[in-house]
Design a protein around this ligand. Structure first.
Ligand code: PHE
Length: 355
C-alpha cells in the first residue's frame, strides 16, 4: 500500500503558506476538486483490499477534517487582515478643517429645519420639550395607550419587533408613549411636546420605515376640546404663516383619545400644485383628541380630577406641505442635489440644538 503521509503533510504545509483567498481556493481544488488528488485516491479505493480500504479511508477522513478546519481558520485570518488593510488605507482625518466653499454650500436638512420651527412655536405657546426612547416596550407603545394585546388597533401600526427574551420590545410606532412617561411623573399641570423618530414597517411615496412625529399633551383640571381647537388653530396659522388658513376637525378614532379627530387644512390643488389657506379642498395634517380616561387610569392619574388633550403630527408631512417636496422618500436618499435645492442655509435656521 502506498504511503500517503507525505502527500498529507505537504498539503497541510501548503495550506499554511497560502496568503490569498484565491490561492486557498486553488489548493482546495487541487486536492478536493472534481479531479483533485484526494478525490481520485478515494475513487480508486474500491481496488484495494478490505483492510487497506479501511485504513486509507480512515486516514483521508481525518485529513479531510483537518484540511477544512485549517482552511476555515486561514480564510478568517486572511479576511481579517484584508479588512484591517482596508481600514488603514481608508483612514479619515477628522481633524482636517472643512473647505471654505463647503461651509458656504452646506445646507440644513428640511426635517431639522421644520422640527426647529415646530419646537420654537410650541415652546413659545407654553409647552415644555420632552424626549422618549426610540426603543420602547409593549406597555408604553400599546397597552398603556389603551391598545391591549390582540386589539385590532395594533394592526394599524406595522410594527418592528425586537427580539428579546426578557420583555416585548418594539421600535416606537408613534411618539404617543412619551405621553405615558410624562403622565407617570404626576406633576400637574402637564404641558409638554415631544419630537422624535418613529418607525413603521412600510415604504412607498407617502411612507418611509423611519419618520418623525411631534407629540403634544396638555393635562390640567379643566382642559376642554375648545382649548385643543384654539391651540391647534393658533399653531397651524403660525407654522404655515397664514392667518387665513381654515381648519376642519373631522371625527376619527384613536384608542387613546375620546373623542378623537383628524385635522384638515383648506387648500387648492391646480395641476398637482397644492396651495394651503385658499380653495375648498382639504388636506389632512394631524391627529388629536381628548385623552381617554383609561390612559389616565393606566398611568395612575385620577381621571375624575384631571382632563387633557393630545395631538400628534408627522414632521415630514408638515414639511412637504409647507415647502412643496413631492416624494417623502427623497428625504432619506442623501441626494446632494435634492438637499441643496430643498435644504436651508444656516442663516435661515437659527436654533440648531435639535438633532
Ligand atoms: N399617535 C397617533 C398616530 O401616530 C397620533 C395621535 C397622537 C392622535 C395624539 C391623537 C392624539 O397616528
Amino acid at each position: 500500500m502506498k504511503n500517503y503521509d507525505q502527500l498529507i503533510d505537504s498539503a497541510l504545509v501548503e495550506l499554511e503558506s497560502c496568503e490569498t483567498l484565491i490561492s486557498l481556493e486553488e489548493l482546495r481544488l487541487e486536492y478536493f476538486g472534481k479531479n483533485g488528488e484526494v478525490t481520485s485516491i478515494l475513487k480508486s479505493l474500491s481496488k484495494l483490499s478490505e483492510k487497506d480500504k479501511k485504513e486509507v479511508g480512515k486516514k483521508f477522513n481525518l485529513f479531510k477534517q483537518n484540511f477544512f478546519k485549517n482552511l476555515e481558520k486561514k480564510k478568517n485570518i486572511i479576511e481579517q487582515s484584508q479588512i484591517e488593510e482596508k481600514l488603514q488605507k481608508e483612514k479619515i482625518d477628522i481633524s482636517l478643517p472643512t473647505r471654505e466653499e463647503e461651509k458656504l454650500n452646506s445646507k440644513i436638512h428640511p426635517i431639522t429645519h421644520t422640527a426647529n420651527e415646530i419646537i420654537s412655536i410650541l415652546g413659545s405657546m407654553g409647552l415644555n420639550y420632552e424626549e422618549g426612547p426610540d426603543v420602547e416596550n409593549d406597555f408604553y407603545n400599546f397597552t398603556a395607550l389603551n391598545i391591549p394585546e390582540n386589539h385590532p388597533a395594533r394592526e394599524m401600526h406595522d410594527t418592528f419587533y425586537i427580539e428579546n427574551n426578557l420583555e416585548k420590545l418594539v421600535l416606537r410606532t408613534h411618539t404617543s408613549p412619551v405621553q405615558i412617561r410624562n403622565l407617570q411623573k404626576k406633576k400637574f399641570p402637564l404641558r409638554i411636546f415631544a419630537p422624535g423618530r418613529t418607525y413603521r414597517c412600510d415604504s412607498d411615496i407617502t411612507h418611509t420605515p423611519m419618520f418623525h412625529q411631534v407629540e403634544g399633551l396638555v393635562v390640567d383640571h379643566s382642559v376642554t376640546f375648545a382649548n385643543l381647537k384654539w391651540f391647534l388653530e393658533k399653531f397651524c396659522k403660525t407654522f404655515f404663516d397664514n392667518e387665513k388658513l381654515k381648519l376642519r376637525f373631522r371625527p376619527s378614532y384613536f384608542p387613546f383619545t375620546e373623542p378623537s379627530a383628524e385635522v384638515d387644512v383648506n387648500c387648492s390643488i391646480t395641476s398637482g400644485k397644492i396651495i394651503l389657506g385658499e380653495g375648498d379642498k382639504w388636506m389632512e395634517i394631524l391627529g388629536c383628541g381628548m385623552v381617554h380616561p383609561n390612559v389616565l387610569k393606566m398611568s395612575g392619574v385620577d381621571d375624575d380630577q384631571l382632563k387633557g388633550f393630545a395631538f400628534g403630527m408627522g414632521i415630514e408631512r408638515l414639511s412637504m406641505l409647507k415647502y412643496g417636496m413631492p416624494d417623502l422618500r427623497d428625504f432619506y436618499d442623501s441626494n446632494i442635489n435634492w438637499l441643496s435645492h430643498y435644504g436651508f442655509s444656516f442663516l435661515e435656521t437659527t436654533d440648531l440644538s435639535w438633532r
